[in-house]
Design a protein around this ligand. Structure first.
Ligand code: ATP
Ligand code: MG
Length: 429
C-alpha cells in the first residue's frame, strides 16, 4: 500500500461537524457587519513580499520569522498573506476607493504564519478583518468596538471577554517616549531576557509585552506613554472611553498593550479571554493613520481590527455556546417498484417549497428498517415514506422522527404536515 500523505502541520481540515459550527458563526458575522453598513472586500491570498515588509515593519515577528515567502516562476518574491490590512489598503489604493472618500470594509479568509502550532495558534488560520478609511475621530473607533461587542452579545459570550484598551499617541509623542524607554531599558539591560535585549534597539515598544516575569516586574518602574501624550491625543482617548461607557461597554486600561504590528497609532485594543489558556486574544485592532501614506497613498486616517476565527470557535465550543446542526431536515425514502422516480419528484417539490431546509433523498434501496436507520443517522426531523400502498393511493407516510408519531396523508396535504413538524422542532431547539 502506498504511504499516505498528510496535511501540513498547523493547517487544519474542517470536517462537516466543524463547518456546521463555522457556517452558523459566519452567518452571524455577515449579518452583523452588514447591519453596520459595511461592505465586503475579497483580496488575493498572495501578495508581493515587500507589501508586507513595508506595511507591517521589517523588525516585527511576523515579517522577521513568520512569513511564507517564495520566489515564483517569474522570479518575483511573493508571500502568503500573514494578515489582511496590508492587502486591503493596497487594493483600496489600487482601485481608488479611499481618496477623498470614506470606506467601511470587511473581509474574511485564511491567513498564514509560520509559527509553532499549538492550541489556538496555527499556520493557516482565519480572520474577520474590518477596516475603515477616511475617519479620524474617536466615534469611529467606538463604532468598531461596538460592532465586536454586538457580535459577542449575539454569540452569547459577552461575559467571557474583556476589552483591553490603550493609546500609542501620535508619532512625535511615541518617538520621545521611545527614546526615554530605551534609556530605561539600557540602564537595566542585564535584567532583560534575550528577546527584550534584541528589541531594545529594534522595536523597543514590543519589550512592554514581554512574557518574561522578571521583565514584567522591571517594567513596573518604566516610563509610561500616557505621560508623553499631548492634549489632542489625550482628548481622543478620553472621548473614546466616554463613548464606550455610554454604551455600557466596560474596559480595562492596559498601558503595556502595544500590538505586534508596527503600523498602529493612538487607539489600540484587544478582546481577551481566560478560557483558552495562553492564546487568549480573540480580537485585536487599532488606529493606523500612517499606513495609507506609507503604502503610496495620500494621508488617510484609518482604523480596524482582526478577529481570529479559530479562537472564536474554540471559545464557543469550550463554553458550549453552539451546537452542531444537522444538514438534513427531511429524509425522503421509498420502497418497491417505481419509487425511485417518485422519490426524485417529491424531493424536488419539497426543495422548491422549503428552500431553507435540507431535503435528502434516500439512495440505494433497502428495507423499511434500513431506511429509517439512515434517516436517524443524518439526524433528519421528518421522514417521508413512499411504500407500495402510498404509490398506489397517491398518499405519503409522514413520520415525526423526534416523537416517532406517523400519519398517512394524501400527497396534497403532506407539505403542511411537514412544515408543522419542522416548525415544532425549531421551537424545541
Ligand atoms: P498573538 O499575540 O496571539 O500572536 P497577534 O498579535 O500576532 O496575536 P494579530 O496579528 O493582531 O495577532 O491578529 C489578530 C487575531 O488573529 C489575533 O487576536 C488572534 O485571534 C488571531 N491570530 C493571530 N495569529 C494566529 C495564529 N497563528 N493562529 C490562530 N489565530 C491567530
Ligand atoms: Mg502573533
Amino acid at each position: 500500500m502506498a504511504q499516505s500523505i498528510q496535511a501540513i502541520r498547523g493547517m487544519n481540515d474542517l470536517l462537516p461537524e466543524d463547518t456546521s459550527i463555522w457556517q452558523q458563526v459566519e452567518k452571524i458575522i455577515r449579518q452583523t457587519v452588514s447591519s453596520y453598513g459595511y461592505s465586503e472586500m475579497r483580496m488575493p491570498i498572495v501578495e508581493h513580499t515587500n507589501l508586507f515588509s513595508r506595511a507591517i515593519g521589517e523588525v516585527t515577528d511576523v515579517v522577521e520569522k513568520e512569513m511564507y515567502t517564495f520566489t515564483d516562476r517569474s522570479g518575483d518574491s511573493l508571500s502568503l498573506r500573514p494578515e489582511g490590512t496590508a492587502g486591503c489598503v493596497r487594493a483600496a489604493l489600487e482601485h481608488s476607493l479611499i481618496y477623498n472618500q470614506e470606506q467601511r470594509l470587511w473581509y474574511m479568509g485564511p491567513m498564514f504564519r509560520h509559527e509553532r502550532p499549538q492550541k489556538g495558534r496555527y499556520r493557516q488560520f482565519h480572520q474577520l478583518g474590518v477596516e475603515v478609511f477616511g475617519l479620524n475621530g474617536p466615534d469611529i473607533d467606538a463604532e468598531i468596538i461596538c460592532l465586536t461587542h454586538d457580535l459577542w452579545c449575539k454569540l452569547g459570550i459577552a461575559g467571557d471577554l474583556t476589552l483591553e484598551l490603550n493609546t500609542l499617541g501620535n508619532n512625535d509623542e511615541r518617538k520621545v517616549y521611545k527614546e526615554n524607554l530605551v534609556k530605561f531599558l539600557e540602564a537595566n539591560f542585564d535584567q532583560l531576557d534575550e528577546d527584550s535585549k534584541r528589541r531594545t534597539h529594534t522595536n523597543p515598544l514590543r519589550v512592554l509585552d514581554s512574557k518574561d516575569p522578571q521583565v514584567q516586574e522591571l517594567l513596573k518602574d518604566a516610563p509610561t506613554l500616557y505621560d508623553y501624550l499631548g492634549e489632542e491625543s489625550k482628548a481622543h482617548f478620553t472621548k473614546l472611553q466616554e463613548l464606550l461607557t455610554s454604551q455600557g461597554i466596560s474596559f480595562k486600561l492596559n498601558p503595556r498593550l502595544v500590538r505586534g504590528l508596527d503600523y498602529y497609532n493612538l487607539t489600540v485594543f484587544e478582546w481577551t479571554t481566560t478560557a483558552l489558556g495562553a492564546q487568549g486574544t480573540v480580537c485585536g485592532g487599532g488606529r493606523y493613520d500612517g499606513l495609507v501614506e506609507q503604502l503610496g497613498g495620500k494621508p488617510t486616517p484609518a482604523v480596524g481590527f482582526g478577529l481570529g476565527l479559530e479562537r472564536l470557535m474554540l471559545l464557543l465550543t469550550t463554553l458550549g455556546k453552539i451546537k452542531v446542526s444537522s444538514a438534513v431536515d427531511v429524509y425522503v425514502c421509498g420502497m418497491g417498484e417505481g419509487s425511485e422516480a417518485a422519490q426524485l419528484r417529491i424531493c424536488q417539490q419539497l426543495r422548491a417549497a422549503l428552500p431553507d431546509f435540507g431535503v435528502m433523498n434516500h439512495c440505494g434501496g433497502g428495507n423499511f428498517k434500513r431506511l429509517l436507520k439512515r434517516a436517524d443517522k443524518v439526524q433528519a426531523k421528518v421522514a417521508v415514506i413512499l411504500g407500495e400502498e402510498e404509490l398506489k393511493n397517491g398518499t405519503l407516510t409522514i413520520k415525526n422522527l423526534r416523537t416517532t408519531e406517523q400519519q398517512v396523508v394524501p400527497e396534497t396535504e403532506a407539505l403542511e404536515l411537514i412544515k408543522s413538524i419542522l416548525q415544532q422542532s425549531a421551537v424545541e431547539a
